[in-house]
Write a protein that binds this ligand. Structure first.
Ligand SMILES: [Zn+2]
Length: 342
């Protein structure tokens, strides 16, 4: 089969579109014929490599995907050949104390499809059957592929970790990426007010069309000052900060006393300058979050099927153009998800 893969870590020039043997199907696994696969910032991290990542090469990238069941491994009964399915990339051990509590994203042996095993940027992908769910009939392959990782992440951050309530004010830095546009939808679904920032007027316009209540151009204004003005000097209840180094101090400044800052990533770098005095004086809760557990994922698919959540698709590329698609992602020009399709 053809796949987007790497033979070694490095820059975009390491990405190849090549023939690779399909792996033998194992008991408990499902082979899916890929129809659509979404790109994530994670793909760029895996491409570059990091010290804890020790991959067998060549490695196929891609952590989101949807397609049609091609073959079932021994013991898989929940699906039939031909079913339309979507992937939850979080592979958990099912045995540790957190898995036994149903907290799969806290698994001590958590692995991700595309990060620790072969990913979805290929004509076929092979994954454990427990990581697969059926696509609601009203949802396209593209929407299903664009949905999982970002909505799982945003839902767990805002619903589970923050416990967002109707009327809460939520600030989202750097609207445009997949997690942020998912977070914006979830804030509106749960009845909050959304405050968003971007350096791109075009992205702010799109966010406004999706229901953002306050939009700030972070290059032209002092965002913290404006947030204070728009919240009658109170600050926001919650800040979603996936940006990291370039926004962390602002997050501490703009959150209200007793407010919450939640993070699931650090696209501008993981080691921000911080200010402990603001954290204790304002009694701020700082929350980490990653992926979701399986019951959160199923709840989300229900909301997807009802049309109450809808992934934003930026553009699609043929599978063969994986390198160009990742280059587009790296340029941070997208609003919503980029996809590879077959
Ligand atoms: Zn586990």
């Amino acid at each position: 089969m053809k796949a987007i893969l790497i033979h070694q870590h490095g820059g975009l020039d390491q990405i190849q579109f090549e023939e690779i043997d399909r792996r033998q199907i194992e008991p408990g696994y499902i082979l899916v014929k890929m129809k659509a696969a979404a790109l994530n910032h994670l793909d760029l991290l895996v491409l570059e490599g990091f010290p804890a990542l020790n991959l067998e090469m060549p490695h196929i990238l891609g952590a989101d995907g949807a397609g049609v069941v091609e073959a079932l491994g021994e013991g898989v009964e929940r699906f039939s050949v031909g079913d339309r399915v979507m992937l939850n990339a979080a592979m958990s051990c099912e045995e540790c104390e957190f898995c036994r509590q149903g907290e799969h994203s806290m698994c001590i042996r958590l692995r991700l499809v595309g990060e620790h095993s072969h990913g979805t940027f290929a004509e076929y992908f092979l994954v454990p059957a427990v990581n697969i769910e059926k696509i609601p009939s009203s949802v396209s392959f593209e929407e299903a592929a664009a949905f999982s990782l970002v909505f799982q992440t945003a839902w767990r951050m805002l619903k589970t970790r923050v416990g967002l309530k109707a009327g809460d004010d939520v600030f989202i830095h750097g609207i445009g990426g997949g997690v942020c546009s998912a977070a914006l939808q979830i804030v509106k679904l749960l009845g909050g007010r959304a405050f968003v920032s971007s350096s791109s007027d075009n992205k702010l316009e799109k966010a406004r069309a999706m229901g953002a209540d306050f939009c700030y151009s972070c290059e032209q204004t002092n965002v913290v000052k404006e947030v204070y003005r728009d919240t009658a000097k109170r600050g926001v209840d919650v800040v979603v900060d996936n940006v990291g180094e370039s926004t962390w101090i602002q997050s501490l400044q703009m959150v209200r006393r007793g407010g919450k800052i939640v993070t699931c990533g650090a696209t501008s770098g993981p080691n921000p300058k911080t200010e402990i005095r603001i954290i204790f004086w304002k009694q701020i809760d700082i929350l980490g979050s990653t992926m979701s557990n399986r019951s959160e994922y199923r709840e989300l698919i229900g909301l997807l099927g009802e049309g109450r959540l809808k992934p934003v698709i930026d553009r699609t590329f043929p599978l063969a153009e994986g390198r160009q698609a990742l280059e587009h992602l790296q340029g941070q020009k997208q609003f919503g998800k980029g996809l590879l399709v077959t």
